[in-house]
Design a protein around this ligand. Structure first.
Ligand SMILES: NC(=O)C1=CN([C@@H]2O[C@H](COP(=O)(O)OP(=O)(O)OC[C@H]3O[C@@H](n4cnc5c(N)ncnc54)[C@H](O)[C@@H]3O)[C@@H](O)[C@H]2O)C=CC1
Ligand SMILES: O=C(O)C(=O)COP(=O)(O)O
Length: 525
């Protein structure tokens, strides 16, 4: 039974779902990094929010880990590169807390516009400072949104409902989408020049880090109010403090900080500052949503191989997962066959899908082919990191779906181009389940993949089979199956021999030296 660790505060629904789906679960919240490292080796899955840091050091000792599930959106606390390198699928729940977070941004906007927290503290202290708290209306003010994805667009809709004008800077926002939302698509400079309120909703990336830096903040309109409900590090906290003190910025609200938990921060104590402790996603509704969703997604992956909302793997639906399983084996074996025969640098690989398989989601199959192809050359290749490794090595990967009948009801062909040659190999599934090789270099051959195989190309001349059989017999190698194919009588022939034991290099060399043999290679599957 797979076992999952929940290491951050999650709704108890998550535990129920894991158990209902047959996944064992431990809840250990508040672990220090070394405590997490000490126990992570026992788990197949790790369910987190933003507190647990899934670093390369944690992943390095996570021997069994297959999936990290983020009950929420931001995954900047997960080293996705390191997870990918280790074949760990990282998934999040991209929608479950979006409304809640957008509502928090709107709440913070009102809070800074009317200084609600300071007015509350003063009133409850018995001061009745009616003249001290002069606010600003939101109606007809311009809200500048930096980032207009899931949360940004919900903020936009709500703000338009409040009669605000909305200008959005988001390089990936299409003009059509902007129009549909009723927002002006603007440049960042335009936004800075126009906005009365700025709310930021981008992930923290190398491009967005410090996107509201001191220089830009100084170019904002005097009296601007700023809300950061996305990530610490997007806004220069020290500059905001200085500009709040100088009065250039009229108010700022921060839910997220450059260092969390933010027990101390340069912003604290600045005038007209409103802070919350990363509460954007903290509503009963959102926490139910994300806990339920992450537990379902992780259980599905661990129990069936279905992948949803992954940041480093193509999605595989629960319906597709069982249908893809035998094809994954076939795809990896075909890739492996080609990879084991390849002795020089791979320049390109083309993967063609024909018949029944062409109607499936073939992305994971392509990844399985590349995994098999690269494994003979690379130690740590897996379904998750294979495409990246191929790209890093300059291997051009083409995926082709043919809308035509093939010789077999379903067929995958892998064609590998190396510095020296182009070689193709095709396979099918017998009975919808059992992988079979059907063509090698266009030569028809029907063979199963066996743990130990001998691949031989030779001239099609009488006497060869006898010589090979005698040599194998003399050296005590038992033949399990023997398959032959040739392009034409007297032309190029192929023999694929399954044997009962691992073949040693010296014997393979002797086979290679037999009269008429052009290549002999031991293969393992
Ligand atoms: N305070 C909290 O508790 C919560 C915070 N968040 C944060 O909110 C962020 C936004 O979440 P979603 O809207 O769901 O993400 P999303 O991925 O749907 O939207 C992000 C948007 O930012 C845009 N973007 C990317 N690079 C940009 C750049 N250089 N300049 C301008 N725009 C850029 C993208 O095109 C995308 O439209 C998350 O990444 C997360 O960090 C999310 C949930 C809760
Ligand atoms: O979903 C997100 O990105 C959040 O920032 C929410 O964080 P949390 O789960 O409340 O620690």
């Amino acid at each position: 039974m797979p076992k999952v660790l929940i290491s951050d505060e999650l709704s108890p629904r998550a535990v129920e779902i894991f158990k209902e789906r047959g996944v064992d679960v431990d809840v250990k919240v508040g672990l220090k990094p070394d405590q997490l490292r000490a126990i992570i080796g026992a788990y197949d899955g790790l369910a987190i929010r933003s507190a647990t840091k899934v670093t390369a050091e944690v992943l390095a000792v996570a021997e069994k880990l297959k999936v990290v599930g983020r009950a929420g959106i931001g995954v900047d606390n997960v080293d996705i590169k390191a997870a990918t390198a280790r074949g760990v699928v990282v998934m999040n729940t991209p929608f479950g807390n979006a409304i809640t977070t957008a509502e928090h941004a709107i709440a913070l906007m009102f809070a800074v516009a009317r200084q609600v927290p300071a007015a509350d503290a003063s009133t409850q202290a018995g001061k009745w400072e009616k003249n001290r708290f002069m606010g600003s209306e939101l109606s007809f003010k311009t809200l500048g949104l930096i980032g207009c994805g899931n949360i940004g667009s919900i903020v936009a809709e709500r703000a338009i409902g409040l009669k605000m004008r909305v200008a959005a800077y988001d390089p990936f926002l299409s003009e059509e989408r902007a129009q549909a939302l009723g927002v002006d698509k603007v440049t960042l400079d335009e936004l800075i020049a126009r906005a009365d309120f700025i709310s930021i909703h981008t992930p923290l990336t190398e491009q967005t880090r410090n996107i509201l830096g001191r220089e830009r903040l100084m170019k904002t309109r005097k009296g601007v109010r700023i809300v950061n409900c996305a990530r610490g590090g997007l806004v220069d906290e020290l500059a905001v403090r200085d500009l709040l003190i100088s009065g250039h910025i009229a108010g700022a609200a921060f839910d997220v900080f450059s260092e969390e938990p933010a027990k101390q921060n340069v912003l604290f104590g600045a005038p007209n500052l409103v802070c919350t402790p990363h509460l954007g996603a903290s509503t009963v509704e959102a926490q139910e949503n994300v806990a339920l969703q992450v537990a379902e997604q992780m259980s599905d992956y661990l129990m069936t191989g279905a992948v949803a909302n992954s940041l480093n793997m193509p999605n595989v639906s629960a319906e597709d997962a069982p249908r893809l399983a035998p094809y994954l084996k076939l795809a990896e074996n075909l890739g492996s066959f080609a990879g084991q025969l390849t002795e020089t640098g791979i320049k390109a690989v083309s993967i063609e899908y024909e018949g029944t398989v062409a109607a499936l989601n073939v992305k994971p199959l392509t990844q399985a082919v590349i995994t098999g192809l690269l494994r003979p050359q690379l130690e740590n290749v897996n379904m998750v990191n294979a495409p990246i490794l191929a790209r890093e090595r300059g291997v051009d990967v083409a995926e082709v779906k043919h809308d035509r009948d093939s010789d077999y009801q379903t067929q995958i062909t892998v064609t590998v181009t190396t510095e020296r040659r182009t070689r193709s190999v095709s396979g099918t599934l017998f009975g919808g389940k059992r992988p079979r090789l059907v063509y090698i270099k266009g030569i028809e051959i029907e063979a199963e993949f066996a743990p130990n195989m001998l691949y031989i190309t030779n001239d099609d001349k009488p006497g060869f089979i006898g010589r090979l059989g005698a040599l194998l017999g003399d050296t005590g190698v038992n033949i399990a199956t023997f398959h032959l194919g040739r392009d034409k009588p007297g032309g190029e022939a192929i023999a694929l021999v399954a044997v009962d034991q691992k073949l040693d290099g010296a014997l393979v060399d002797r086979i290679g030296a037999l009269d008429g043999v052009t290549q002999a290679k031991a293969l393992a599957f």
